[in-house]
Design a protein around this ligand. Structure first.
Ligand SMILES: [Fe+2]
Ligand SMILES: [Fe+2]
Length: 167
């Protein structure tokens, strides 16, 4: 189903992985790719947190702790994203180190989200509701993209606002 929130989230996760692969290649325009990744990551996480996570928590078979933990991992991801964006020189060793840290944090989160929250959603959320949530997810994700949510200023604000969530 084209609108199924689980499928839409999975499609973004696969896009992140493609971007990680492209970012590793130093022949590519890393600055442009990083800007694309930043916007998608932030829009995806914000749409999950505002439209999907709270709705899923209402289903008793969806583990609330996993949902809260997911939001903590978004905060960690944004922190790692900001650290990479702040390096500047995309050909430096430091840039590659920060890329590695970002990829590690995000792969961990995506893996866990798919195994816990999304599997729970597959099992317990009716098709109709998954389609509604998918439509909400797409709408908010697009609003966030239109608001330039991947700009370094916005990522900085996000990191500041969610610092308390990160150990
Ligand atoms: Fe996700
Ligand atoms: Fe997530």
């Amino acid at each position: 189903m084209a609108n199924d929130v689980v499928e839409l989230i999975l499609a973004d996760h696969r896009r992140f992985e493609d971007l990680f692969r492209d970012l590793r290649n130093r022949d590519n325009d890393r600055e442009k790719l990083l800007a694309e990744l930043a916007a998608l990551l932030v829009a995806h996480a914000e749409a999950e947190e505002s439209e999907v996570y709270p709705a899923l928590k209402r289903f008793k078979n969806v583990d609330d702790h996993e949902v809260e933990h997911g939001a903590e991992e978004h905060a960690e991801g944004h922190q790692a994203l900001l650290a990479l964006m702040e390096v500047g020189d995309t050909s430096s060793e430091e840039w590659e180190d920060k890329l590695e840290e970002l990829v590690e944090a995000l792969n961990h989160h995506v893996d866990e989200e798919e195994r816990t929250i999304l599997n729970d959603a597959r099992d317990s959320v009716p098709e109709q509701r998954k389609a509604e949530l998918g439509a909400n997810f797409v709408r908010v994700r697009q609003e966030r993209l239109d608001a330039d949510c991947g700009s370094v200023d916005h990522v900085r604000q996000l990191v500041k606002a969610t610092e308390h969530r990160v150990d």
